[in-house]
Design a protein around this ligand. Structure first.
Ligand code: BGC
Length: 344
């Protein structure tokens, strides 16, 4: 065994072209480059800060040097990517901010320079430079939100009618569309049966998205909804696509002197756990940064070592005919029954 390894190392030194075939030994030939990772994340929500911090810590523990870039603007992210790619790191990890088309050119550059790309949390389907996708199961998140509301409101056993208003995430993010679509698939029968009533009539993504996922962008709309449609009747249920936005919505309920509705969230922000304890936010779907980054770091290691990463989904995400192999982690519902266990 030992001999075989030594032989492999000698062969590598002589035939550098055979690099990829010899697994982890490849690392030692060009260590400084391969052991560097560039991470480009949005700075939109506390969850991204948690992802960035966890990523940095885990990668450093694995001996990688890490360059982390944050921004809230898609054009700036393209610039950050350009400079990160020019340094030819061993791998680039992207939490995409822009539309898919915005990544075509810059990722073509990554491909040219043979820099592998991993899409993190948000998929990029426009570029064949994307080798893998590490995320949570976005479909399960959307379904989970719908099913939680269905149970909490007793919809299956016919209760209602309840007044509901809907909010969705940012228009350019595939996740936002998936979450909304899957939640609505669960709730739609109850709109039809009259158990859920949306007084504003705003029930499609294009009417309810929160531009760029910026939570403050939800404020004018909830203000308007409350003052236009809910002065003589309570707004009892709100679909919020994440915790940050739930925080803004709830602050407007409180400013209007109204009791908190049944309201969803996503991410597992500490502020959301606090609101769950206080009884204002009903639940969140926690996406543990440590779980996702641990999977992603294993993917990065496999990519730089030329081995196969763990994959558990080869059907959901595609770029044309090409599958984007993914690892989709399992999210966790957190409400008043388990918040003290989850958020110790
Ligand atoms: C993520 C959410 C996050 C949102 C805003 C989405 O793509 O999946 O977890 O709350 O972006 O940053």
């Amino acid at each position: 065994m030992k001999l075989a390894k030594i032989f492999c190392a000698m062969m590598l030194a002589v035939f550098a072209a055979a690099l990829s075939g010899c697994g982890s030994s490849a690392l030692s030939l060009d260590n400084s480059v391969r052991k560097s990772v560039a991470v480009c994340f949005p700075n939109l929500t506390p969850s991204w800060q948690r992802n960035g911090a966890a990523m940095q810590q885990l990668l450093e523990e694995e001996g990688f040097t890490v360059d982390i870039y944050y921004t809230g603007k898609a054009e700036e992210q393209a610039e950050q990517l350009r400079s990160a790619i020019a340094k030819k790191p061993g791998c680039i990890v992207i939490g995409a901010l822009g539309t898919d088309d915005q990544y075509v050119d810059v990722l073509a550059e990554a491909k040219k320079l043979k820099v592998p790309v991993i899409a993190f949390d948000r998929v990029i389907t426009s570029s064949d430079a994307v080798s893998y996708y590490a995320s949570f199961d976005n479909g399960a998140i959307g379904e989970g939100m719908g099913e939680y509301l269905e149970t909490a409101l007793g919809l299956k056993s016919g209760s209602g009618p309840y007044n509901i208003e809907l909010f969705a995430g940012g228009q350019d993010d595939n996740n936002a569309h998936v979450f909304f679509e899957k939640t609505m698939a669960v709730l739609e029968p109850y709109f039809r049966s009259g158990q859920l009533v949306c007084r504003s009539g705003q029930t499609t993504f294009d009417k309810v998205y929160v531009a760029d996922w910026v939570s403050e962008n939800a404020r004018p709309r909830i203000k308007q909804l409350l003052s236009q449609y809910y002065t003589d009747t309570p707004l009892q249920v709100v679909l919020s696509p994440n915790d940050d936005i739930a925080g803004v919505i709830l602050s407007e309920f409180s400013a209007a002197g109204k009791p908190a509705p049944v309201i969803s969230g996503l991410d597992g922000d500490p502020a959301a756990y606090q609101r769950i304890r206080e009884g204002t936010q009903t639940f969140t779907i926690a996406k543990d940064a440590n779980v996702l980054t641990a999977k992603c770091v294993r993917m990065i290691k496999a990519v730089v070592e030329g081995t196969q990463p763990d994959i558990n989904d080869v059907t959901t995400y595609k770029n044309g005919d090409r599958v984007i192999p993914a690892y989709l982690c399992t999210p966790q519902i957190v409400d008043k029954t388990n918040v003290d266990i989850v958020a110790k």
